[in-house]
Design a protein around this ligand. Structure first.
Ligand code: FDA
Length: 389
């Protein structure tokens, strides 16, 4: 069978690209349904974009690469599309836009757009050998027990990254890209909880506190959640994308709080209490107890010098922790790294050395922050390719 464009992967990027590409389009996926990650995203409500999305919210070996696609198809363009379909949405926090009702609204919208442009969608289809015969890409596709050969002028890699293999993530885009001579930068799990040896936070698991988490030189102020296995919560997931194995992270408990003044006030008001008890007035009780055990905060406030209070305030500001690792691709929301942007046109997402070969979405070495940025990259990169096709 011949087609103009064969798109591998019916996720966010693949569907968006299929819906907006001209000519005959065949979209294939090994899953039973398209857009499975959209369906489960944002707790079932899909955080489909971020009002403040800009290039600085993305990690890539070439931080400039995202600029063109993001500028040519912005969050406002996608919001307009969502509005055109009458999908109700709201801002949750920090510019993060969610569906009011269900993430399925976004999938239904993409399916409708694809139906309107006559996209052929093959589900439960395995991708076999991929070759180029000099004029066309030739791809073996196995569907319902039979193998079909598809010839296509354009081949779009949209099979995402390695995160959540249980949901069908395979990393096949990296293999095909490598086969065609493109470089792939090292990949690792991103937006992922940290794990620690010996489960140091098991006793306070479920406790949450506003915190600043710093990995390398990058910090995020949001909630920190202590878990059985380690640390999670938005601030931790964000920082995890900037963390490398063997590095310590810094936790600042309630960065907005002037802990020294607070402790001095407590010394004046309740001099007979211990430092740890005073902390429990402001922090979740379990956390205050944990810090008390960890740092020995039994001294009575009345007998405590300014220097000692300063020391405790400093501990709360710079609590250095050494993660053993992360939960890895099993729970990571994204994959950092991927198809090297050096080999792609930032305007069209086409491989510079292989005319007709495109890579879009998460399989490319572009990773967004938590908060709708990754879907915006999927939409923007998909549109860049679709407009060129
Ligand atoms: P995506 O992974 O969506 O699609 C790839 C498709 O390719 C899949 O349908 C897969 O089945 C298919 N495929 C893979 N290998 C194949 C093979 N060998 N053969 C055939 N098909 C194959 N982002 C965001 O902005 N807001 C949010 O709210 C969330 N929430 C969220 C929650 C969870 C739990 C996860 C895991 C991730 C998120 N994300 C997110 C990230 C977001 O889901 C992700 O960045 C996009 O889905 C990437 O879109 P792609 O289309 O590139 O890949």
């Amino acid at each position: 069978m011949d087609t103009d464009t064969l798109i591998l992967g019916a996720g966010a990027a693949g569907m968006m690209c299929a819906a907006h590409s001209g000519g005959r389009v065949l979209l294939v996926d090994h899953a039973k349904a398209p857009g499975e990650k959209i369906r489960i995203s944002g707790g079932g409500r899909c955080n489909f974009t971020n009002m403040f999305a800009e290039p600085t919210n993305y990690i890539s070996q070439n931080p400039h690469f995202v600029k063109s696609a993001l500028a040519r198809y912005t969050q406002w363009d996608f919001i307009a599309l969502v509005d055109q379909y009458g999908i109700p949405w709201h801002e949750k926090t920090l510019g993060q836009l969610f569906c009011d009702t269900s993430a399925k609204d976004i999938i239904a919208m993409l399916r409708d757009l694809m139906a309107k442009t006559g996209v052929d969608l093959w589900l439960e289809t395995e991708i076999g050998a991929v070759a180029h015969d000099g004029t066309h890409f030739v791809v073996q596709l196995k569907k319902a027990g039979s193998t079909r050969t598809v010839r296509a002028k354009n081949l779009v890699l949209a099979t995402g990254g390695k995160s959540i293999p249980k949901m069908g993530a395979t990393g096949i885009a990296y293999q095909i890209a490598t086969q065609f001579g493109l470089e792939v930068t090292p990949t690792r799990a991103g937006l992922v909880p940290f794990t620690f040896s010996d489960q140091p936070f098991a006793a306070i698991s479920g406790t949450s506190v506003p915190a600043r988490i710093t990995a390398g030189t990058t910090s995020f102020d949001e909630a920190l959640l202590f878990t059985h296995r380690g640390l999670s919560g938005p601030a931790v997931l964000q920082a995890s994308s900037y963390w490398h194995e063997g590095e310590a992270i810094t936790v600042t408990i309630e960065p907005e709080t002037d802990w020294l003044s607070r402790l001095k006030d407590a010394r004046k008001a309740t001099p007979r209490r211990q430092i740890g008890t005073a902390l429990a007035d402001h922090l979740p009780k379990k956390l205050a107890q944990h810090l008390d055990d960890l740092w020995g905060l039994k001294d009575q406030l009345a007998n405590t010098t300014d220097a000692r209070l300063q020391e405790v305030a400093a501990q709360l500001a710079v609590w250095s922790l050494m993660p053993a690792g992360t939960e890895g691709y099993r729970t990571a929301e994204v994959t950092i790294g991927g198809i090297d942007t050096d080999g792609l046109s930032s305007k069209t997402m086409e491989a510079k050395s292989v005319p007709g070969l495109y890579a879009i979405g998460e399989c490319v070495d572009v990773t967004g922050w938590l908060g709708g940025y990754n879907f915006q990259w999927a939409w923007s990169s998909a549109m860049a390719a679709a407009r060129a096709i």
